[in-house]
Design a protein around this ligand. Sequence first.
Ligand SMILES: *Cc1c(COP(=O)(O)O)cnc(C)c1O
Length: 594
Amino acid sequence: MSTDLAREIARTYFPGARSENEGRLRGEMDATLDHWFRWRSARFEDSAPVDPQPVGATAGAPRADDRLGQRLLALCDAMTAETPTFSPRYIAHMKSDLSLPGLLGWFAAMLHNPNNSSRDASRAGTVIETQAIAALADMLGYDPARAQGHFTSGGTVANFEAVWRARYRLDHWLALALHVAETTGARLDPFAAAHMGWARFRDLCATHAVSDDVLKACSAAASNPGDIWRRISRASGQDYMGPVMLVPGNRHYSWSKSANIFGLGGEAIWSIALDASGRLDLTDFQRLVARAEAEGRPILMVVAVAGATETGAVDPLDRLYDRMDDWQTERGWRIWRHVDAAYGGFLGAMLDGPSEAALTSETAAALRAMRRSDSITIDPHKLGYVPYACGAFLAPDAERYAVSAFDAPYLDRPELGDGKWTSTLEGSRSAAGAAATWLTAETIGLAADGFGALMAATLDARQAFQTAVRDAVPEARFLPADSNIACFSLARTGEALSRSNARTGAVFDHFQTSPDFAVSKTTLGRDNAALMASVLAGHDGRDDAADGHGGMLVIRCVFMNPYWSEPSVRQDLLPRFIKELRQALADADRAQVA
Ligand SMILES: *Cc1c(COP(=O)(O)O)cnc(C)c1O
């Protein structure tokens, strides 16, 4: 049922693996251009026309439009050196063909080029953005009427948006507690203070009649951080070492960048260990929280990942948040919860419909808990099939969406408050990504009977691939998979890790030169020690690295391409892939013997 639906979506809303929908795309592009030119022509009809002959175009010299045509063709030629990522044979990275609504929504908005930094510069674009954010919010489980957010250039910036807000909140709470401690002489507990909650904040503000200026003078963000940290140390009787961020070992490197950009220092990123399935380990998480409390280090935010970049793993958000809920009840700690669903956010469409059956109950429960997050990152330019650069940041309500109100010019000058620019890290922002996402939601739909079916088909394709490869190639050792990414090493029974790494590397190199398939590779590191141990145990392998912590090389295949939903594509490509894999293995063995 849901498979048929996915095939229909892939056939209707994508260009087609063999460009079957060329006519449709051309027609709609043309209709869009027609509409745009009619709109232009109907404007200012009383203006004098400009001589249609381009200035300077004389006989003999190349006409200006010829030069454009020629150089445009040269540009098109140059672009043919790009990897053909539209094809289902491309399973290397988080990229595949773009959808027709993605392309056309983008194109329609691009022609008008609205700047979503303000409503003035984008009368329609900002409205479309609000509606597109509501559609994403609905898919992610937020109340679309209350949720707030905006489009970003990608997941990296969306993650920064979350840090910016979490810091604003923590900074306010800690600043107030510092002021109270300094004025009353009570001892400051930076850990408890930094997680006090807005209700307590408002109570204390009222009790102590605290003005914004007083708060600012106690804020590390608004005044001098060195001075504030020194005063926190004095008020708490313990050297203050600053806040930490708890981020799982499967994190994207944008998190390390955020520590750098927000001036936290690299040490402030505390890595949560991963379990044998490559997901955030709850025991280690609790250990780190206990350590932060003992050391008086506030937790700026806890990050969980839905769809890890390397393996597609989905962290157990439900159980993580249960634990944090308990702390909130028992200890009053309100710790910021962010889910980095840059890749996996669209899997949320599978919930509450037949497509949910493609998820394990664990993964479904984790995805269902995304709605309990203080903020979410999602990348429509990954599993949303819209063009780059299109990410989005969402919060469940205006309170969580707020950023520092200190020095916000729109407070004094309300006329400036007519756009998002005061609450976005980026300034000028294109409306094209929002329009592409909007058209996707209006056509394919972001519910179980639209995107849900499509996502289920990508998981099904990953499973079909894994089953076929495992049956044909006994050396293929697959990692556990929560979504549509398959990772495997090529190891023989009882073998040392260095040996299987060499074989996996040789096979990867073979695929690098293959004209038929593109795959990627990644190396599981120390953070994945438990997962590696479990994979090694599966074939009696052993880690022979001198320090006992060798990395495990795996081949990574991302099954996001919609055409894999077609049985004919699978029947064509799976045997070819297996043949090539066998060939690569035979070559690697021969090289070993030689
Ligand atoms: C891709 C990705 C990011 C970064 O997103 P960009 O759009 O490349 O900036 C962050 N987190 C995760 C989990 C990702 O997969």
